[in-house]
Design a protein around this ligand. Structure first.
Ligand SMILES: Nc1c(NC[C@H](O)[C@H](O)[C@H](O)CO)[nH]c(=O)[nH]c1=O
Ligand SMILES: CC(=O)[C@@H](O)COP(=O)(O)O
Length: 258
């Protein structure tokens, strides 16, 4: 592409990359993004994992997940501003790609609208679990999950989560169940029993129901560690768990249906 080799085109592409990096910063995992222009592809590498591909003078770019080259979105550049457009109607098998030998299946983060989620949240250590829940709800909203497609179920403590997750999973109403709790070490060995059984409860809920059950239960040495992970210095693990729930819902919906 003749024009794009100029300094100004290169700047524009760098700015586009930055826009996209920041708009997707809460979903660091799995999305090494590329911009792929429809024709005459050239590329700029920004980091070992991130490359932007660009083409001629056309102002529309296609945004691809570099990991699997899945189509994610269209970007239109107008008057120096980049605009994210919604992807076109879903293509069959758009989230897989074929090589000679290997078919790779992945879930999408981009098409969460229409998925139904249950969140099972423990009331114990609510000072931690409530911000985890809020982080999860914010993320669902950001990824276009409708409020009416989310049910929140409160249980007394993390030990109770597994049973309820299993029941909800078996109801057939949800694409994924997100489990939220905070187990904080005390003076006795009680911590180990609650933490380990919360984990195996969530695991067996998923295995027995066949519905992805995501482990958003913090297991912390002290309250500081827990608060740091509930919207403090170490981010919000509820929000990260919501991304996992979306990806798993998508993987099951698009590739692993019975
Ligand atoms: N200590 C913590 C608990 N304990 C309560 C148990 O989860 C359970 O509700 C009780 O044993 C009755 O079955 N729960 C947490 O979520 N976090 C804790 O730190
Ligand atoms: C993990 C817990 O249940 C925790 O509150 C127990 O505290 P302790 O070991 O001091 O009884």
């Amino acid at each position: 592409m003749a024009a794009a080799s100029s300094a100004s085109s290169s700047l524009l592409l760098h700015r586009l990359h930055d826009d996209y990096s920041s708009s997707l910063s809460s979903s660091k995992r799995g999305l090494n993004l590329s911009l792929l222009h429809s024709r005459k592809i050239s590329s700029i590498r920004f980091s070992p994992n991130c490359k932007i591909y660009y083409g001629s003078s056309n102002s529309s770019f296609l945004l691809f997940n570099e990991y699997s080259y899945l189509f994610v979105s269209i970007i239109t550049v107008r008057f120096g501003k980049s605009v994210i457009c919604r992807p076109p109607a879903e293509k069959k098998k758009s989230s897989s790609f074929q090589t000679d030998a290997v078919r790779q299946l992945t879930g999408f983060l981009t098409k969460a609208e229409g998925f139904r989620f249950a969140i099972v949240v423990a009331r114990f250590n609510e000072i931690v679990t409530r911000p985890l829940l809020e982080g999860a709800l914010d993320t669902f909203k950001k990824y276009s999950v409708r409020e009416e497609d989310i049910d929140v179920v409160w249980v007394p403590g993390s030990f109770e989560i597994g049973l309820v997750a299993q029941k909800l999973g078996k109801s057939g109403k949800y694409h994924s169940i997100l489990c939220i709790g905070a187990v904080v070490r005390g003076d006795t060995t009680h911590y180990d029993a609650v933490a380990n059984n919360a984990a195996s409860g969530v695991l067996s809920a998923g295995l027995s129901s066949g519905v992805p059950c995501v482990f958003g239960v913090l297991t912390c040495e002290d309250m500081d560690q827990a608060l740091n992970r509930a919207g403090g210095k170490a981010g919000n693990k509820g929000s990260e768990a919501a991304l996992t729930a979306i990806e798993m819902a998508s993987l099951f919906e698009h590739h692993l249906k019975d």
